[in-house]
Design a protein around this ligand. Structure first.
Ligand SMILES: [Zn+2]
Length: 327
């Protein structure tokens, strides 16, 4: 019996029921089809943008639900004040989901990956999805020609090495000299930065010979230039990307909560190595993005991680990218 015949029959029964004086609700309570199990399939973990002659793809490494955003964000504010801002922006007051999004840029001659997620070690916790999402986006890790590291926190360098094996077999690497010098300085031993230093020793140091250590302001390829954005870490850098007159800024970890850090760039962030410098950098970079009306991609912005900034009071409102790259 085809579904069409079933529906015709149901229709007939329904008409009969009405004719027989039965309440319509009794008829409607009969399910028309069998129950379907909840799919549970994950949302796509990549998003493609066209920028001039470049193809840009954001790749989701994973999502981390946790408590927050206070006291990580608004570390110098009251919990009530941060909660109030969340409520005003339709967000839960004490729950936070952080995303992690490396960026892949195909310039036509190079395939450049900015940051590497948590890597294989993160998979037990649902991270390390970069490789799977890269494949879904049509690329493989061994096609990556250059890996750029914006700064050396674990969620950015974790994918560089899978145990003793490089995660990107054919890549060269670009990282900041100041950043590398900070994390490999023996003076980190016994400080809060010691765990981070161990991560750099395991993930970055084995690749040091293949790494070009740059200073802020250096170009990495034609059209992609670094800029100092110190504070989140001592050598944290952002990248200006330009092709055929179109621009986007990769802001990495300059601002890491799309409401707290953008609407209140002056609030302290506990993740920032130098909180005052983090604030100063956030204000400068966000002002540039709003003034120039350019889109930006932030590593921890809501996936697919791309947006604009509209001035709002003394801060900014995040305006997600929609079809601006498709026209
Ligand atoms: Zn980060």
């Amino acid at each position: 019996m085809t579904p069409y015949e079933i529906s015709r029959r149901d229709l007939f029964l329904a008409s009969s029921a009405i004719a027989g004086g039965l309440a319509m609700s009794q008829v409607m309570s009969e399910p028309a089809t069998a129950a379907v199990p909840l799919s549970g399939a994950k949302s796509p973990g990549f998003k493609r943008f066209k920028l001039g002659d470049f193809e840009i793809t954001t790749l989701l490494d994973g999502l981390r639900p946790s408590d927050g955003p206070f006291p990580t964000f608004g570390a110098d504010q009251s919990q009530e004040k941060v909660g109030e801002l969340m409520r005003a922006n339709f967000l839960p007051e004490t729950k936070f989901v952080n995303g992690f999004a490396p960026v892949l840029i195909n310039t036509g001659s190079e395939l450049i990956l900015f940051d590497t997620g948590f890597g294989a070690a993160g998979r037990d916790n649902g991270f390390g999805q970069l490789e799977a999402n890269m494949k879904a986006a049509g690329y493989t890790p061994d096609q990556v020609s250059t890996v750029v590291i914006t700064h050396m926190h674990g969620d950015h360098i974790g994918g560089l090495m899978n145990g003793d094996t490089p995660g990107f077999a054919n890549a060269r690497y670009i990282a900041g000299q100041i950043e590398y010098d900070f994390w490999t300085d023996p003076a980190r031993t016994g400080t809060p930065a010691e765990a981070g230093a161990k991560g750099v020793a395991a993930k970055v140091k084995p690749l040091a010979e293949k790494t070009t250590f740059i200073k802020a302001g250096d170009a990495i390829v034609s059209g992609i230039t670094s800029e100092a954005a110190y504070g989140h870490t001592p050598g944290h850098m952002i990248f200006h990307v330009e092709s055929a007159g179109k621009r986007v800024v990769l802001t990495a970890d300059t601002a890491n909560h799309y409401v707290a850090a953008l609407q209140h760039p002056e609030w302290e962030v506990a993740f920032d190595t130098d909180r005052a410098k983090g604030i100063e950098t956030r204000k400068r970079v966000l002002d540039m993005i709003a003034t120039d009306r350019v889109p930006f991609i932030g590593y921890h912005m809501p996936f697919p991680s791309a947006g604009y900034l509209e001035r709002l009071g003394s801060g900014y409102r995040f305006v997600p990218v929609t079809y601006q790259f498709d026209v």
